[in-house]
Design a protein around this ligand. Sequence first.
Ligand code: MIC
Ligand code: SF4
Length: 661
Amino acid sequence: MDMKIGYYNLKRTERTKAMKGTITYKILKDHLISGDLQPGEEITIRIDQTLTQDSTGTMVYLQLEAMDVDRIKTELSVAYIDHNTLQTGFENADDHAFIESVAKRHGVLFSKPGNGICHQIHLENYGIPGKTLLGSDSHTPTGGGLGMMAIGAGGLDVAVAMAQGSYNLRVPRVVGVKLTGSLKPWVSAKDVILHVLQVLTVKGGVGKVIEYFGEGVSSLSVTDRATITNMGAELGATTSIFPSDENTKAYLASQGREEDYRPLSADSDAVYDQTLEVNLSDLAPLAAKPHSPDNVASVEEIGSITVDQVAIGSCTNSSYTDLMKVAGILKGNKVHPDVSLVISPGSSRILSKLAENGALAHMINAGARVIECACGPCIGMGQSPKSGGVSLRTFNRNFKGRSGTADAEVYLVSPETAAVSAITGKLTDGRKTEYNLPEIQETVFAKNESYMIYPEGTNKQNTPLVMGPNIKPFPLNTALKEKVEGSVVLVGKDNITTDDIMPSNAKLLPYRSNIPHLSNYCFTTIDEGFAARCQIAENGVIIAGSNYGQGSSREHAALAPLYLGIRFVVTKSYARIHRANLINSGIVPLVFANEADYEDFSLGQNLTIENARDAMSGEKIIVKNQDTGKEYETIGNFTPEERAMLLAGGKINLIKETTTA
Ligand code: MIC
Ligand code: SF4
């Protein structure tokens, strides 16, 4: 395989040239409000658009209300309902009504349940090349398929972006992925990102933007590109981005908004911090094996394992072309008797098109279970596999237990591999079969506004807040004490996910607006005793390995620990969004200066940080083990804004301090 990794570290003198000519640099420069546009520096950028979804959205809108703003400051903000669509009690419907009422009060567009998955709908209707988008969902980078700088963030950061029109971030480094060649039949965009994950791993993108360039780019459609940028979230990247070119123009035209097109590409002498070359012609159908998106092998290597369930959809692979390919493969065939095939289209527009052109009939006639346009099985909202079941999914995450079945074995594959395997009942490399693989062209979509509610004529004065009884206030921290103390309540390994910290499934998602209830389930997938231990300890400390908090943007993974009394966390490294969520909540995220110190920690040890308020601005922060007397050097590396938040006890407290001062 022609795969080269060229790493080079920039010399100090070259720092001023860093990122010059990249798409990332151009968009950031265009949106720069303040700060120095150099890798690692903190800058403030203008945010043009925001998106929220419902499982993070209730918190976002509680926070927006707490900030006491009138109208939002962005060009466009959309509130989608797509995650918590299973209404087995009043809770989810109450959350939807709450979000709808806040949207009307502040000038936010509201997308009703059934319209589809936020990222897919945003790409179709609102994404614009060169614009910035901040979303309270880690897969917001889907918009990078259209040449947007689309970044996932915690809910509070999105609420602030709506209120102030800006966002603070550290300037990321830029990785250039050069694409050459073109994909062979039965190999698709999903295999490209699975390959990149195999090379860079789930922590390979932290602090970086992944920018695609090279002649192979033009062989990929916008929805192919969006599959790649979407799953770039699994690299831990700040975002991923493609140029905007003739394919972008064609896609926008197919959505009836060619006027939103503008070309965008990197200069030929653009400076990348690291480059990776992928020859598309060399790729084979791949799969991520249980239980990590970077645990990748070829379908051929894994072999023809027996499959119980196939699930097609999610924000990664539910586009029109994806589903048309699936319909074409299923046409005239029958789903294997031992397989349950579930299909959730990405948007109402797509579903309507499939119904119009007969593709839906091919799916149904083959024996597929076609379900609502929503996240559905991807977040464990129904369709959990049977005990020990093998599920092939076109989704982006296969963390243990995420499907809702603790011992299920989830493999992540392309739509082509999923569809052909649903017929054969085994994991199948389509290239080795006689099944027909259709060539799909983009189609032209008619505008359908039936699911959208525009905030026209509604405002804070004429629209009351609608708040159901399950919606509880979010917890607020207190200003950082001089002496911070706590006992170790968890010693976690590497790559702990936010699905581990705050599990999500059909039973827990209805409590996303009720932190007191949700906190009882904190860490239950890896440690049943966590919540009880925290209650006894009162003040707790979490110790963990590298890439702590990878995955979802859910700030519940910081708010529930806050509610349980977690004061600080010491790890080998953090995932970007989770670190920001901890700071936003006033929980101090520290990193071991010496990674080997991790081995010294065990449950119940009492740790302290003396003179903590001063220590936050120091280079090294000393954590003392009161039981052994041993002191450990840790690093905070906080920006001035982060330090201010920690001292105030979180972002909301800081905002309150500054607005009342
Ligand atoms: C996910 O895919 O993990 C989610 C559910 O979309 C999350 C958001 C959430 O936890 O509500 C994400 O990706 O940020
Ligand atoms: Fe929804 Fe799954 Fe995409 Fe998250 S990854 S936004 S749960 S479809």
